[in-house]
Design a protein around this ligand. Structure first.
Ligand code: KQY
Length: 365
């Protein structure tokens, strides 16, 4: 798509909060058998359920390879879902899709961050990732949205949450990781976030969730639910490796003010489990050198914070765990004006993420 050589900040564009009205949500169909077990069939069923849940609130576009076009089209046969052919390396459009920015006067553009599969050759999750790195450009082309490309500056959409009023939440574990932008200091990364998201204030949590293979994406750990209020994954179990992470985050959040000078109200969301893949689930994944190992001893980074806000609704993963009902109750109380829908999240979690990671909202103009 046509590329601009200025920045959103310079041009008066900003990333709106997820609760601002959407035009649609984007998804990418899962296919690779070294990440999704059993030829990706259980994951495809789970993705289809997420797509249908979102489509009951707003339009959905699902990007599919040529090889999967017919199968996906049949599984996604729904009046609110459009299926289009786009090649990719995997199915994480939160990270490979554009970060849409608006100007409040009908303008819609997109930031196309450089993508290196969560760490390139220094802990990244697969190679090659070139097709994933092209997904944002292709989506922007289809929507005729001018593109801001941050060539060489690596960032994934799952590494940021904004309040739409000048504040971004992120983690040091991810954005300061030597496998993203090792040549940049914290202040230089803050300047990039300021220029491309048009924010004034960065709140840095030290870590994300334990064992998150993205190096601690914020979207699996903590999010804004409205200006001045955040929801943080939480455990009171001192033996849980997340205990220190949650408490370190709480300390930062309680000491922080947002860009508007507000103290933050911190709500807590229980962490499900601990969750592990079964031996049978691991055996179904093709083994390929250089991709993420799957083993029943590795704790999964399950989280109810990995939900998506859609028009009039919330789509949250469930895990068939005792905490599912509490998660539903908390979200319904925090979002009384929205309908909260729980979808099966286990198959998506087995691939390394969840509902928020596999979706990308396109704001209304
Ligand atoms: O959670 C995400 N945003 C992406 C996870 C990638 C996992 C690849 N196996």
């Amino acid at each position: 798509m046509y590329s601009l050589h200025s920045t959103p900040r310079h041009d008066g564009f900003h990333m709106p909060a997820e609760w601002a009205p959407h035009a649609q949500t984007w998804m990418v169909w899962p296919e690779r058998t070294d990440n999704w077990r059993m030829g990706a069939k259980p994951a495809q069923a789970a993705f289809a359920e997420v797509a249908r849940a979102i489509a009951s609130f707003e339009p959905v576009t699902v990007c599919v390879s040529a090889a999967q076009y017919e199968n996906a089209s049949l599984q996604l046969d729904h009046p609110g879902i459009r299926v289009i052919e786009i090649s990719s390396d995997d199915a994480w459009v939160r990270d490979t899709g554009p970060t849409f920015v608006i100007n409040g006067q009908g303008g819609l553009r997109g930031v196309d961050w450089t993508f290196n599969a969560w760490g390139g050759f220094n802990g990244g999750l697969y190679w090659p990732w070139q097709r994933d790195d092209q997904v944002a450009d292709k989506i922007l082309g289809l929507e005729r949205c001018p593109r801001y490309r941050t060539e060489g500056f690596v960032l994934e959409g799952g590494a940021i949450h904004v309040d739409g009023e000048g504040t971004v939440l992120t983690t040091e574990e991810c954005l300061l990781n030597s496998n993203r932008n090792p040549e940049l200091a914290r202040q230089e990364i803050e300047l990039m976030l300021a220029d491309y998201l048009n924010i004034e204030k960065v709140i840095w949590l030290p870590y994300g969730l334990f064992n998150d293979e993205t190096d601690g994406h914020i979207d699996n750990f903590c999010c804004f639910i409205r200006p001045g209020e955040v929801l943080l994954a939480w455990t009171d179990d001192e033996d849980d490796p997340n205990y220190q992470r949650c408490h370190a985050a709480l300390k930062v959040l309680q000491a922080s003010r947002d860009a508007q000078g507000r103290d933050l109200v911190v709500h807590r969301m229980p962490i499900p489990g601990p969750l592990y893949a079964t031996a049978e689930e691991c055996v179904g994944v093709d083994r390929v050198t250089g991709t993420q190992p799957r083993d029943p001893s590795i704790r999964l980074a399950g989280s109810y914070v990995n939900f998506l806000i859609v028009n009039d609704g919330i789509v949250v993963p469930g895990f068939d765990e005792p905490e599912d009902q509490a998660a539903l109750d908390i979200l319904q109380e925090l979002f009384p004006e929205r309908r909260v829908v729980m979808v099966p999240g286990r198959e998506i979690l087995l691939g390394g993420g969840n509902v928020h990671c596999i979706t990308q909202q396109q704001p209304a103009r």
